[in-house]
Design a protein around this ligand. Sequence first.
Ligand code: AMP
Length: 468
Amino acid sequence: MSGASAFVALGSNAADARARLEQALVGLEAAGVRVAAVAPPVTGPYLDAAGRPVPGARPVLNTVAQVTTALRPQELLAALHALEDASGRVRDGGVTRTLDLDLLTHGERVEPHGAPILPHPRAHERAFVLAPWREIAPWAGLPGTGASVALAAARLEARHPAAFDALRLEPALRLPALGARPRVLPDRAALRAWRDALPPAGAVGLTAGLGLVPTMGALHAGHAALVRRARSACDAVLATIFVNPLQFGPGEDLARYPRTLESDLDVLAAAGADAVYLPDAADLYPPGFATTVTPEGPALPLEGERRPGHFRGVATVVLKLFQRTRPARAWFGQKDAQQVAVLERLVLDLDLSVALEVAPIVRDDDGLALSSRNRYLAPEQRARALALPSALAEVARAAARGERDVARLLAPAQERLVSAGLQVDYLEVVDPRSMQALARVGEAPALALATIRAGSTRLLDNRWVVVP
Ligand code: AMP
């Protein structure tokens, strides 16, 4: 689909605010606007035009959605107004906001005197916009300002920490279910037949080519988010499910890795995948298979030290999947930040003509990053594992509020993890490309990265560290 990527702020303080926001997402899809991602909503005080809390007003539920649309800004704004009206919005200046939809940005447009004004003139002053926005698109630019969303948020947080402290994270919204079950492609021949029948990239209606989402199955909302993003940017979306033996070491959980095909197909249908390739090991590695890719550089530290051969397995299978599926773009999760760094090098070093797209981490409502391995956690282990996201969030918060010394950033986090009874494999602040540890955080974005063990389960998590 051709079109622009735009961001829309959604808010409501009606008694049924959550249902109204969910209904608005359905309305956007019905208007031909593709919803790529929706941030976990936050509740915050109802603020007047000057940013002061209004006494007696109900708190507001706010979030930000990323959408792809062929509509021009004026047309998209009209669609947003129509949805506000359909929700019974009364523009009387009172303290009930049934539904508020604001256009924040529309592609790269800078229109200071437009109707709408782009980017939205107050977006960078509102914690209740920036806090959710940075969760789904930290590196999106605020056109005309030179700042990313993450940087704008860090700058506001440094000046008004209380505005961020006043926000409470709420459970994720339910997203509209999109499609029918994907076509199942059991082997290479079926994949080739399906792939060859797609119109060439650039043909009418398929300007973005094929979008690929490689997975190992046991799909959850994190995988669904990758598929939904792919579907918003491409007209054909292929997921793959393959538990790749080459990336598991001896003694790792290959044999007991969860396999949940029926529910995987439901997840893929709801998120809008057109097809799913389900090869077995012999399909990908036939007898005589003898050539692999050994990445170095960002593949060497961290997981590379602890799981020898892991990234060789990842790089090899991903390269093979690229060759077989010839995608224009492929989506990977920031959850596996080192994998992203390794694959970015793979694409550069081997001159691959695929665009890598990286989607932010999707978390459970309690903050734990979604992972197929979370199901191994006993309830008591899971409760302790929550120290992992909160320790990393604290690192990010301290950096946004001005601390640049990594030892001082990490000490309280380490303490928190250890006192929760978690075994810390590593906890570092690294350069996101090289994966080398940093001693100070500078202008460039850095990544706080940790791997812990709760019982025998290893959990990975990370957070962007942005100083104002
Ligand atoms: P896996 O099936 O675990 O190999 O993951 C397949 C893809 O989904 C990888 O690109 C992962 O980084 C991504 N992924 C896994 N968990 C999450 C999550 N919680 N949020 C976003 N992406 C994820």
